[in-house]
Write a protein that binds this ligand. Structure first.
Ligand SMILES: *Cc1c(COP(=O)(O)O)cnc(C)c1O
Length: 325
């Protein structure tokens, strides 16, 4: 939970990441990373797009959910898991719970992306819609976990989740060892912390830049302030919509992240349109945020070898219509 002390939480190591990769190799093939001349021409950089939108749940988070469930003690796993999420962490937990035959309850804010809610039910999880935002859903999930004995699984303050997510970055540095910079969209920070862990060990010269929406800047502001802060959260980009910094991921980002930038929701929507029209990729807003940051500051990236993580493709009906229009 965002307020927990980082001393209570185990920090993931590069060995945890290698172990996670071994576990996941039986479940998920590596995702592709492509470079597209049209994007390179538009940005004057060499852009490599890491396609986590091709995961079975449509987002990178499935790597974390499977790794966490795989590592649980069987008795604890038999009691099940509770998650709170605006969507993709929920799908990841529901998918992993279905894989391991564990009960799963998900709390989503009311009015969550209906496509994501539908997918969670389809994976067999129990869905509870509660509260107006991520943080209200979180408190409700905490209560459910206390009452039912299920394990509460945070989307970010979990060593196994970060280790599982870090397999994205193992693949990425193997697919393209000569990168200058990787841009990572940030909500809770598991992806950016994972990128920090892997590049510290395997690509020490590579910069990592976090990207969040200016309409939900809690992780960005927490990193710049070197302490976890709470901020208003009214971005339409559900993958990036968190209201406070998470201790574990922030403490890892503090050691290694090069920079953390904000882009506004309109710039993210424009990057989604570029991805749809120019590289035939349906990205949800969060999945287009890294490219949006490159498009917003072209001189910073010109002439450089840049990876952008297309973290997910679970665009809502509304987003898809906006892209097409
Ligand atoms: C969760 C999510 C993010 C943010 O990742 P964190 O690890 O929470 O920082 C970015 N993009 C998508 C598609 C997501 O689902």
């Amino acid at each position: 939970m965002p307020g927990a002390s980082v001393d209570d939480m185990r920090r993931p190591t590069i060995s945890d990441v290698l172990y996670a990769r071994q576990l996941l190799s039986r479940q998920l093939p590596p995702t592709p990373m492509w470079t597209y001349p049209v994007l390179n021409a538009r940005t004057s950089a060499t852009i490599h797009v890491k396609h986590e939108n091709t995961q079975p749940t449509g987002a990178f988070k499935v790597r974390g959910g499977l790794t966490l469930l795989a590592g649980m003690d069987p008795a604890e796993r038999g009691r099940g898991v509770v998650g709170y999420s605006t969507g993709n962490h929920a799908q990841s937990l529901a998918y992993a719970a279905a894989t391991f035959g564990a009960p799963c309850t998900i709390v989503m804010p009311e009015g969550a992306n209906p496509a994501k809610a539908h997918a969670v039910r389809a994976w067999g999880a129990e869905l509870v819609e509660y509260g107006g935002n991520f943080d209200e859903a979180r408190s409700h999930a905490e209560g459910l976990a206390r009452d039912t004995g299920k394990r509460l699984v945070s989307a970010a303050n979990e060593a196994e989740i970060i280790a599982g997510v870090a397999t994205v970055y193992l693949e990425l540095v193997e697919q393209e060892p000569e990168l200058d910079v990787v841009l990572v969209p940030v909500g809770g920070g598991s992806g950016a912390a994972a990128a920090c862990l892997v590049t510290a060990a395997l690509a020490p010269g590579c910069e990592i830049v976090g990207v969040q929406s200016s309409a939900a800047p809690a992780a960005h502001d927490s990193w710049h302030a070197s302490e976890c802060v709470t901020r208003t959260n009214h971005t339409a980009v559900d993958g990036l919509a968190t209201g406070s910094g998470f201790e574990l991921t922030q403490s890892i980002m503090r050691e290694r992240l090069t920079d953390f930038v904000l882009v506004d929701d309109d710039a993210i929507a424009a990057a989604q349109r570029v991805m749809m029209h120019e590289i035939h990729t349906l990205a949800e807003g969060a999945g287009a945020a890294a490219l949006a940051a490159v498009l917003a500051d072209p001189s910073r990236f010109a002439g450089r070898r840049v990876a952008v993580v297309c973290s997910g493709g679970n665009a809502s009906e509304r987003e898809i219509r906006a892209c097409a229009g």
